[in-house]
Design a protein. Structure first.
Length: 326
């Protein structure tokens, strides 16, 4: 009888122990708008694995790729409102909220990875302050490749783009459409392949990775390597969700995030030439812009830089001044 009682008590103790362990585990959702095979998503998946390993499974992060949980434009709000604990966004998509978000999408301000990193460093304090007021913070940021023009027909100047159906995925790309006389069509990446297949768009600006991921080469055969700007994706976290972690888990997340940022910048640069090679192998013509096209696009960039400075005011001017001095 005593043996049975001891066994029963031991069983209850094991159950309580398992219950406590289960309760101690924290689960986060991390939505992103990009395919699982995109290097941004692969980097985020590695980040989630690193956190899992470093915390001994105490924090589990589920990555939801290809806008399967929230659309690109919904992810930031989802993180702010705790519908998701973390999420990845393209900063330039939120320029209508604050011009600071649009900084890395201003054409011809930062056109190399070294310049993009400098711009990130000088703008980070203002970005952190802005996001903190919204209850979110950046875990890490990773750049895209320099942006070029995908277009069905060969072009020699901006005049050749007038009237063309142009994919606009952010306020900046919509503004470019306006300045070059194109017809903007709001299309996010998850909808891009279908939009090209059905003729909804004929041209857009993006990176080599987007062109490859969406099989743009099946519908559009020309890429003009304008290297106009280098936008960045930010992986955000809800501050309350982050603050609810114990100190050891916080440290593990912070370390994994720093590793993800360093890895992501390295991979982005390595992938740039690789994606252009892959596009070329699949029938895409990679063009160096003509002097006229380059001059036309830089004129567009100049207008947009002036507009950005006007919208961003003294805070924006201070960032640009610091960037130019750095």
């Amino acid at each position: 009888m005593n043996y049975k009682l001891r066994a029963a008590l031991a069983g209850i103790g094991m159950s309580l122990g398992l219950g406590t362990s289960a309760l101690a585990q924290t689960k986060w959702d991390l939505p992103t708008a990009y395919p699982a095979t995109n290097y941004h998503t692969e980097n985020i998946a590695q980040f989630a694995k690193d956190v899992d390993a470093a915390t001994g499974g105490k924090l589990k992060i589920t990555v939801h790729a290809n806008a399967s949980l929230f659309k690109a434009t919904e992810i930031k709000r989802a993180v702010q409102s705790s519908q998701a604990q973390a999420g990845e966004i393209l900063l330039a998509n939120f320029a209508n909220e604050n011009p600071i978000y649009a900084l890395d999408g201003v054409p011809f301000l930062a056109t190399t990875y070294a310049e993009a990193k400098k711009l990130y460093e000088v703008s980070k304090p203002a970005m952190d302050k802005l996001l903190a007021a919204q209850g979110i913070k950046v875990l890490f940021m990773v750049p895209w490749a320099p942006q070029g023009i995908y277009v069905k027909k060969e072009i020699g100047s901006v005049a050749d783009l007038r009237g063309i159906k142009w994919r606009a995925y952010s306020p900046a790309t919509a503004k470019i459409a306006e300045l070059i006389g194109a017809q903007p069509v709001q299309i996010q990446q998850a909808e891009l392949a279908q939009a090209m297949a059905t003729g909804v768009i004929e041209s857009y600006m993006s990176s080599g990775s987007t062109g490859y991921d969406t099989k743009t080469y099946e519908h559009i055969k020309n890429f003009y390597d304008t290297q106009a700007w280098i936008p960045k994706n930010a992986v955000l976290v809800n501050v309350k969700a982050f603050d609810a972690l114990d100190p050891t888990t916080k440290a593990a997340v912070t370390k994994a995030a720093a590793d993800a940022q360093a890895r992501g910048w390295k991979v982005a640069q390595e992938k740039n030439d690789e994606y252009k090679r892959l596009l070329s192998e699949r029938g895409m013509k990679i063009h160096k812009p003509s002097p006229k096209l380059d001059a036309d696009m830089r004129q567009v960039g100049g207008i947009m830089q002036a507009d950005w400075l006007k919208a961003a005011g003294s805070d924006g001017q201070a960032i640009v001044d610091a960037y130019k001095k750095k």
